[in-house]
Ligand binder design. Structure first.
Ligand SMILES: C[S@@+](CC[C@H](N)C(=O)[O-])C[C@H]1O[C@@H](n2cnc3c(N)ncnc32)[C@H](O)[C@@H]1O
Length: 394
């Protein structure tokens, strides 16, 4: 899809949600009164109490805060914040020392959220600071590395450029920051007729991506610990969604499901290990992780060397980031002392462009198979570490 087509699609979505914000139309992502829909999505009635009226427009498809484990003092970003429903709940969780930023591209939605925030500030104390910014999630109006947690509820499916959304999310998260998203995802390729239906797109169905595709986009953006958990029971409420009778009877529940999407930006101390049900890593990667963990803890220079080796082998950057992140995690877990140079130099190395791969030098003698490689001391460089028996080079 080219930029103009993407803009046209966003324009259509903006029109639909503008009308919802102005009270001229209902949302098509939940049937019946919003409070009942919210309870069906897993929000407890007591947490809904005290929210400004109209903050919940019944537009969500899950409860991202339930998987976010928000901590007091954290900075939270809500992508496609609507009238502020999840942002206000997040503000309660992060408390006065925390901060919540909602971003939405629909001016009437942002106006409504700001009005709700004003009412809430006047009525209730003890909330974190909440603000709403007008902007697109493909070009976030948010500073680099400034956010601890990104929430989003039923929005990413609406974006025509999900790769860019995830790259932007990665940019604004602090190292170790996390994604906690509820969204509709595809479990089977949607038929053309459903995919090209503009109304179904605005109703969170037509723009859904396959789970594998999302997994790939998140990894390409640099995320680790990616976990996409489809909620099979959601097919029932998706079947009930109505939009001027566009959805019922078309069997959309056979293709899409509500899911939680979690991922972590590598680095920092809050990074989580990969989820149990993540796809298995190649055995070579697993052994490299173990090796890197050991080296990161004991031989920082050699750790960097391993990073270079991975690059030389053509291992994708996302995997290298994952290896370094897991290595750091294991090292910290073991309580081993940290040579801070490893962190600094690893960051510098990962930020630098990969070296061009050169053809082997025919003038250099090849080591015969089976013979140990003797490295003269004169050739020893930054990648060598003194050992009892002399030195060890990678
Ligand atoms: C289905 S509603 C969900 C609203 C809110 N998250 C909730 O649960 O109540 C989708 C919202 O995302 C916004 N939105 C859709 N695409 C967007 C984009 N590309 N950038 C920013 N906001 C977007 C819409 O304006 C709308 O407010």
């Amino acid at each position: 899809m080219n930029e103009n087509e993407q803009d046209a699609l966003r324009g259509r979505v903006r029109e639909v949600y503008g009308a919802v914000a102005r009270g001229e139309a209902g949302g098509c992502c939940a049937p019946g009164p919003a409070a009942i829909a919210a309870e069906r999505l897993g929000y407890a009635p007591e947490e809904l109490a005290g929210l400004p009226e109209g903050a919940d427009l019944g537009l969500g498809c899950g409860n991202p805060r339930a998987i976010a484990a928000l901590q007091p003092g954290e900075t939270v970003l809500d992508l496609g914040s609507g009238a502020g429903f999840d942002a206000f709940l997040a503000a309660r969780a992060v408390g006065e020392g925390g901060r919540v930023i909602g971003v939405d591209m629909t001016p009437d939605m942002v106006a409504r959220a700001r009005a709700n925030a004003g009412r809430l500030a006047a009525e209730v104390g003890g909330q974190g600071k909440v603000e709403f910014r007008l902007g697109e999630i493909e070009a976030l109006p948010v500073a680099d590395a400034s956010v601890d947690v990104i929430l989003s509820n039923c929005v990413v499916n609406l974006s025509p450029d999900k790769a860019r959304v995830f790259r932007e999310a990665f940019r604004v998260l602090k190292p170790g920051g996390r994604l906690a998203i509820s969204d509709v995802v595809a479990t089977a390729e949607l038929p053309e007729a459903l995919r090209r239906d503009a109304h179904l797109h605005s109703c969170c169905i037509g723009g859904t991506a396959l789970i594998d595709e999302l997994q790939g986009l998140l990894a390409a953006a640099g995320f680790v610990g990616i976990r996409i958990a489809p909620k099979d029971e959601s097919r029932e409420f998706i079947r009930d969604w109505h939009a001027d009778d566009v959805i019922p009877g078309r069997g959309v529940e056979d293709y899409v499901v509500s899911a939680t999407i979690e991922a972590v930006k590598p680095g920092g101390r809050t990074a989580r290990p990969a989820a149990d049900d993540a796809p298995p890593l190649h055995a070579a990667i697993v052994s490299l992780v173990a090796l890197a963990a050991n080296i990161a803890a004991n031989h920082p220079k050699q750790g960097l060397c391993q990073v270079e080796k991975l690059r030389g082998l053509g291992v994708p950057e996302a995997h290298i980031h994952a290896v370094v992140d897991i290595a750091r995690h294991l090292r910290d877990e073991a309580g081993q002392s940290l040579d801070s140079r490893f962190d600094e130099q690893a960051a510098a190395l990962l930020a630098a462009p990969p070296p061009a791969r050169s053809a082997p030098d025919p003038a250099k003698p090849r080591v015969p198979k089976g013979k140990p490689l003797a490295i003269p001391v004169a050739e020893a460089g930054a990648c060598c570490t003194p050992t009892k028996s002399g030195q060890s080079c990678c």
